[in-house]
Ligand binder design. Sequence first.
Ligand code: PRP
Ligand code: MN
Ligand code: MG
Length: 182
Amino acid sequence: MLEKDIEKVLISREEISQRCAELGAVLTEEYQGKNPLVIGVLTGAVPFMADIIREMDCQLEMDFMDVSSYGNALVSSGEVKIIKDLDTNVEGRDILVVEDIIDSGRTLAYLVDLFKYRKANSVKIVTLLDKQEGRVVDIKADYVGFDVPNEFVVGYGLDFMGHYRNLPYVGVLKPSIYKPIN
Ligand code: PRP
Ligand code: MN
Ligand code: MG
């Protein structure tokens, strides 16, 4: 059903699962005894968040935040606004922000600044995908699952118009899906 819209699989379900286990082992070491606050950025980070926390064998807490760029949809103004804030006070906490992808870097640059301003003890980023060619703001993830080329990728949290987030792998959409002939 969904697969017919996919041109090619970039990162398979098995590769994602293997990489989550590897990153989880590193994060388990890093956060042992620190009770990190693991923050998922809605909505794209949900599948990765669910998988990575189950590979972290340490005490942790979870929270979620939803932000969006505003300005018109074609040219982002670069500003970010909070749609849903955290329920947790981050002061003195060790924060691990979980993302599906870093593209321009604006979302994470905003969040890292925000958590520092709110006096977090430390702020680190784990992202499943890093699209380095898209970068506008200078920001680097501490932990990266995979580098991806500058293509329109969907699946495992990443959407096209709200759809395809539930694909269990990361793939490239057929151009006919996002460029309808008319
Ligand atoms: C996407 C993606 C990241 C962000 C990356 O989220 O999930 O959160 O964009 O882009 P950036 O590095 O250029 O800021 P989006 O805002 O589309 O919301 P979504 O997660 O609900 O799809
Ligand atoms: Mn997102
Ligand atoms: Mg999106």
